[in-house]
Design a protein around this ligand. Structure first.
Ligand SMILES: [Zn+2]
Length: 333
């Protein structure tokens, strides 16, 4: 399971402290302005409110960003008011963005005090990070709290969906543009066999044969590096330190040879390499339209892709604690 999602280990919950709270476990804390911050940064939802200058709720989110930039003034412990005129109603019309949110797994309901929660990206980060900035930066709708167990269980469904997308868009999960180096495969296999715990079970003559494969490669590498170093000197470039060091121990340093052989890869990314996500997002980014109202650029195919993932999460996660206000059709950006 990917651990790209940020692991939430903090047990502090949003909201005012209970009567038994001590100074130390009080989730409120003072900043430089003497304004009480309601939560530590690791809580997923701190349920803070951003108001327009007129006092309308604009959205609920972390306040840090606004306060540190002087874009808002504190109203009370969990509310700030913008210091500038908001361009429009933003997301105030969407219930999800202004409601209180609970720090609990949206699938099984376990709360942050009982288990660490993580931020689950409904649209996997591998895709989102390839999207235009507008879509990349406005993703808080599609980040939901999940516990480890539910994240892992849904992850299996998500992987199946990625495989489906790989077929649909002819974008293999391992990417395209690899340069394969089949001549290194026997070297890698030999190094792994000789380094394994079962090496004792390999007949001695076979071990000797495997060692020979590695040494042949090592000698060849040494010659190659020596040639490159000489070429570099001819061109007036300093030789590569690592190559020189390795070459100096060429004939005798078996440990070094084995270590290098173990680190080998039998394929490298070529100049035209693209990841699975890059291929899909590039293809879905072709069609762009200009929003008639604000002149904002939109990407209909990417929006559809984001909604596909929302739909997949809704139908495969077995969520029981997801707010009914979290909607498949909510705005994308
Ligand atoms: Zn759960």
């Amino acid at each position: 399971m990917s651990r790209a999602s940020q692991k939430i280990v903090d047990q502090t919950r949003a909201g005012p402290p209970g009567p038994a709270s001590s100074q130390d476990d009080n989730p409120m804390r003072l900043d430089k302005k003497g304004f009480k911050r309601p939560c530590k940064a690791s809580v997923i939802y701190d349920n803070c409110t951003v108001l327009t200058q007129e006092g309308h709720v604009l959205f609920r989110k972390r306040l840090e960003w606004y306060l540190t930039r002087g874009l808002a003034d504190p109203v009370d412990d969990t509310t700030v008011r913008l210091t500038f005129q908001a361009r429009g109603p933003a997301r105030s019309s969407e219930a999800w963005h202004i409601q209180d949110r609970v720090n609990q797994c949206v699938v099984c309901g376990v709360e942050q005090e009982e288990a660490g929660l993580m931020q689950h990206h409904v649209v996997p980060s591998m895709y989102r990070k390839e999207m235009p900035e507008t879509l990349k930066s406005r993703n808080d709708h599609d980040i939901l709290p999940l516990c480890d167990h539910c994240h892992e269980r849904y992850g299996r469904h998500a992987h199946a969906f990625k495989t489906h997308l790989a077929h649909t868009y002819e974008a293999p999960l391992e990417g395209v543009g690899w340069i394969y180096l089949p001549h290194l495969r026997p070297v890698i296999k030999a190094a792994r066999a000789l380094s394994s715990r079962n090496v004792i079970g390999i007949p001695l003559d076979r071990q000797e044969h495997l060692r020979g494969i590695i040494l042949d490669w090592w000698l060849e590498e040494g010659v190659k590096e020596e040639e490159e170093r000489a070429e570099g000197e001819r061109m007036g470039v300093d030789g590569d330190d690592v190559a020189m060091e390795d070459t100096s121990g060429l004939h005798m340093d078996w440990e070094k040879a084995l270590k290098r052989a173990l680190a080998l890869e039998d394929r490298i990314k070529g100049p035209s390499f693209s990841t699975h996500a890059q291929m899909i997002i590039r293809r879905l980014s072709h069609e762009q339209i200009q929003d008639s109202e604000g002149g904002q650029v939109r990407w209909p195919d990417l929006e559809e892709f984001i909604r596909q993932w929302r739909g997949h999460f809704l139908s495969h996660s077995q969520h029981r604690y997801l707010s009914p206000n979290w909607q498949f059709h909510d705005a994308i950006a």
